[in-house]
Design a protein around this ligand. Structure first.
Ligand code: ADP
Ligand code: ASP
Ligand code: MG
Length: 413
């Protein structure tokens, strides 16, 4: 008998009917002889509701308490799914992260899984009991509840799959696979049968919500067969693979976007050694994560220094840099928190030049101004005003014909 880990996201457990449907779907797998470990998220909207609740009580809510609060959404769904399974005659048992135990480091809000004790899960499976585990949460070395970052239930599932050595880890969600772009934005986005770990990791890290970046990292590292598929209908979904077969290697595989971005500019900075570290030092120590960085020097010898942070860190970053502006004698400190990042990803870019030019041309044709650019071997990202985000994603998608099946090279005798 083979073990499958199935993770159900917020929409998939968003109502009593949907919870019943999940139990029905799990029982179908149990009937075919699989052993299943179920991982669930909180009901859709619940984690946001809890977050707002915390922030309405405290302007700067303590991270430890926020994790206790945010993780409570999953406590509800594990119990309900376990009950729904039992109701159908399938023994099941709910588990909080701490009960499993899913050990993490102590970084509240973005904890990393260090170790998973599989004993209870294996004992249950051997006894014909289906464990239903709370995603997104863990426990640190001294017993504090931690959370893995928004969307982190995917990572819980893959980490459990890696620890158990399973047949497959299935991320069951409200789309039937990974698409060339978010199907909510691009009508003719196409489902991919397969995508490489490398590309999926880039897409996820650059904002594609369909998988939590750490889950892809784990799956690649521990060789966990990972599939994204619909919770609601049958279908093959998308398999995340080590290597795509050589037959299908499009230049661009997909487009990702991140809406929650902000940029900060320190301008008129004296161009002397150490400036970048004076500006970014306090930000990094906060700790606030910096993404893109651009620095250029004008003819007057003064430098403009621009970087991006998550929108939620915007106010804090400006606050931190006000004294730095005065200390280094910069002309001004300004920012914009209505920006978004759009990225194209594809391993085929390694061997094909000209992707950037096509992307920039497509944006220019729609009159979309590019505010910042960054590139790596297999991706190109641009920052644009948030109001152009959807248009930018759509025009780039059509520029690369991503809605159409890629041409396959046919071997001739
Ligand atoms: P869950 O609650 O099941 O974890 P998420 O909302 O986190 O679901 O992720 C699924 C959503 O990801 C989809 O509804 C879709 O809008 C979005 N998404 C973004 N990019 C993609 C993509 N490339 N392929 C599929 N879905 C995507
Ligand atoms: N409930 C958490 C969130 O909304 C974790 C998850 O859904 O994966 O971010
Ligand atoms: Mg998710």
């Amino acid at each position: 008998m083979s073990i499958i880990v199935q993770k159900y996201g917020g929409t998939s457990v968003g109502s009593v009917e949907r919870i019943q449907a999940v139990a029905e779907r799990v029982s179908g797998y149990l009937d075919t002889g699989h052993q299943v470990v179920v991982v669930v998220s909180a009901m859709s909207g619940e984690t946001n509701r809890l977050d707002t609740l915390g922030r309405s009580v405290s302007g700067r809510p303590p991270a430890r308490e926020m994790d206790v609060l945010l993780s409570s959404g999953e406590q509800v769904t594990i119990a309900l799914v376990a009950m729904a399974l039992q109701e159908r005659g399938y023994p099941a048992k709910s588990y909080l992260g701490t009960q499993v135990c899913i050990r993490t480091d102590g970084n509240f809000g973005r904890a990393r899984i260090e170790d998973i004790d599989t004993e209870a899960l294996r004992t249950d499976l051997a006894a014909g009991v289906t464990p239903v585990v709370a995603g997104f949460q863990g426990v640190d070395a001294v017993g504090n509840v931690t959370t893995l970052g928004r969307g982190g239930s995917d990572t819980t599932a893959v980490a459990i799959a890696a620890a158990l050595g399973v047949y497959e880890c299935q991320i069951c969600t409200d789309v039937d696979g990974v698409y060339t772009a978010d199907p909510r934005i691009v009508d003719d986005a196409r489902r991919l049968d397969r995508i490489t770990f490398e590309e999926m990791l880039e897409l996820a890290s650059l904002g594609s919500k369909v998988l939590h970046p750490r889950s892809v990292e784990f799956a690649g590292k521990y060789k966990v067969p990972l599939r994204v598929l619909s919770s609601f209908e049958e279908g093959p979904g998308t398999l995340i693979t080590i290597e795509k077969d050589d037959m299908e290697q499009p230049i661009v595989s997909g487009i990702a976007y991140a809406r929650d971005e902000a940029k900060i500019t320190m301008s008129g900075v004296p161009d002397v050694p150490g400036i970048a570290s004076k500006i970014l030092g306090p930000v990094g120590r906060a700790p606030i994560e910096v993404d893109m960085i651009v620095q250029n020097t004008g003819a007057d010898g003064l430098t403009d220094f621009t970087f991006t942070v998550k929108r939620s860190d915007y106010d804090r970053t400006l606050e931190l840099l006000a004294p730095v502006r005065d200390a280094i004698g910069a002309r001004s400190l300004s920012g914009d928190n209505r920006i978004a990042k759009v990225s194209v990803v594809g391993v085929g870019m390694r061997s094909h030049a000209g992707v950037a030019t096509r992307m920039f041309d497509a944006l220019a044709a729609e009159n979309i101004n590019i505010l910042m650019i960054s590139t790596s071997e297999i991706k190109i990202s641009v920052v644009v005003a948030e109001r152009y985000l959807e248009l930018a994603v759509r025009c780039i998608h059509s520029e690369f014909d991503l809605g159409k099946e890629p041409l396959r090279e046919v071997e001739t005798a």
